[in-house]
Write a protein that binds this ligand. Structure first.
Ligand code: NAP
Length: 463
């Protein structure tokens, strides 16, 4: 196919990708945006496959078959709750692929005996550096989220000095490769140090900061692909890589803001190192009030407003449909219901929105944290379903707590607070929650789905 048609196809793909991204910003247009972006990607892939003389079809076909098989098995087997690990893994593979393509191109130049010129040597170096850091960094993030290694920050003496020296050595080797691209030992050294850097940069970051790390690694995988696009002279890859890089950075900023942290603090602060079992020590000596769904229904019978706060436990229990049924039941009894959505509730950005949308909860009922917080003091009942860290008041006051500074949903300011969870176990950050011991808090112990369904029954009978 002629070069003009290929370039035109890439341009069409870029327009579709940008429009698709734009439409992803609203739940109403998101499904169409997703389709549009997928169509853009399809056009880019087909155009690339039609570039004459570059593509080795049997190898591509083998890759498609093996990749699709692995993809199907993973998609069928991975639980919704394990999506963040899956995303981490996919980012890692993206980065690894870019590093391999950049390396293969360098070897190709070496075999042909022609020196890469212009931006290409810099792009090769960036492709391997960012790609390798993304690969190993994502594997560590995956291992932390999958609990294959300790989620808490792994620290050692002089860690920052070691990381700084490693950074300087990597930049030195990168410059050496640009000046002398065919010196393969130096190139191997750069690849090795970059792989090591990915590991060392992510191990000191605590589990609670993983959302930020994953969106940052997602951005890196895009930047690595963009660099590889320059290596291959493929404008489609340059554009799609930059879109992933830029949108990943925007998401990183949103996640940092949601946790009231700066990116520097997340990356170099060894967040959560202070105390794994931190929190308000005194709270542990106090007792909690255990309520049954029937007791809770009595309180609902005297209420006019309720804010439901979903969290990770709702996802684990797959309780979203039951929660929707509860909201409908309460509304039928004349109780005004809203859902409070914390930006980092659950285990991936937008986790609660996705689950509640799946259960057909009207989008207008989902209210963002900043908007809903002033409403808690005037609300009769705050019903916390499987959330913990995002409603932990220690985040406001306990300087030593790993979640200190993270904005929370102010459920403790409601008249009555019900918390549905199975035990007194902590949430993701591993800290106890003083909310559970407050005078106005009542615990309803049990699996979220069963308990919410029992509450629906009790409300129907009593209210
Ligand atoms: P959380 O703090 O992890 O707490 C979830 C609670 O759900 C647990 O205390 C658990 O208590 C309960 N639970 C688990 N299974 C349950 C079930 N079947 N039925 C009822 N309850 C159940 O969750 P969160 O408040 O949503 O906070 C999210 C945390 O994850 C934050 O620390 C955030 O930084 C972190 N994180 C977020 C993302 C993201 O992108 N959103 C990604 C990675 C990490 P029991 O065991 O006692 O039931």
């Amino acid at each position: 196919m002629s070069n003009q048609i290929i370039q035109f196809a890439y341009l069409a793909a870029a327009v579709l990708l940008i429009l698709g991204l734009r439409m992803l910003s609203s739940p109403k247009t998101a499904p169409r945006g997703n389709l549009m972006a997928a169509a853009g990607m399809l056009i880019a892939v087909v155009a690339t496959l039609l570039i004459r003389g570059v593509v080795d079809y049997p190898v591509i076909l083998a890759g498609v078959v093996v990749g699709s098989l692995i993809g199907v098995v993973l998609a069928v087997r991975i639980q919704m709750t394990a999506m963040p690990q899956m995303v981490a893994l996919l980012n890692g593979f993206g980065g690894g692929a870019s590093a391999l393509v950049a390396s293969a191109e360098l070897l190709h130049y070496a075999r042909e005996g022609t020196e890469p010129v212009g931006i290409v040597p810099v792009a090769i170096v960036l492709g391997v550096l960012i790609g390798a850091v993304t690969f190993t960094g994502s594997l560590i993030a995956f291992a932390k989220l999958q609990e294959l290694i300790r989620g808490a920050p792994i620290t050692y003496p002089l860690q920052r000095v070691v990381n700084a020296l490693l950074g300087v050595a990597t930049v030195g080797l990168a410059a050496a490769v640009v000046l002398e691209p065919f010196n393969l030992p130096i190139y191997a050294g750069l690849a090795g140090l970059s792989l090591l850097m990915g590991v060392l940069l992510v191990i000191p970051i605590g589990g609670a900061d993983m959302p930020v790390v994953i969106s940052l690694l997602n951005s890196y995988s895009g930047l690595a692909a963009c660099a590889t696009g320059f290596v291959l002279g493929n404008s489609g890859l340059v554009i799609s890589g930059s879109l992933v890089g830029a949108s990943g950075l925007i998401l990183t900023k949103i996640m940092c803001d949601a946790m009231n942290r700066s990116l520097t603090n997340v990356l170099f602060g060894a967040f959560g190192a202070v105390e794994e079992a931190g929190g308000t020590a005194a709270a542990e000596q106090r007792s909690v009030k255990g309520y049954t769904p029937e007791d809770a229904a009595v309180i609902f019978s005297n209420s006019r407003s309720c804010i439901i706060v979903p969290g990770y436990g709702m996802a684990v229990a797959q309780a979203q449909h039951a929660v929707r049924e509860l909201a409908d039941t309460l509304e039928k009894k004349g109780i005004r219901v809203k859902f409070a959505i914390h930006p980092v509730a659950g285990r991936m950005p937008g986790h609660m929105n996705v689950l509640l949308a799946e259960a057909d909860v009207p989008y207008e009922e989902l209210v963002e944290m900043d908007e809903i917080n002033p409403e808690f003091p005037e609300t009769d009942v705050a019903l916390v379903i499987g959330a913990n860290d995002v409603v932990n008041p220690d985040a406001r006051t306990e300087k030593g707590s790993p979640i200190y500074g993270m904005p929370i949903l102010d459920v403790d300011r409601a008249q009555h607070v019900f918390v549905i969870k199975r035990s007194m176990n902590p949430g993701f950050a591993g800290v106890q929650n003083p909310l559970f011991f407050n005078d106005n808090t009542m615990m309803i112990f049990g699996d979220a789905k069963g308990t919410v369904l029992a509450l629906v029954e009790a409300v129907r009978e009593i209210v």
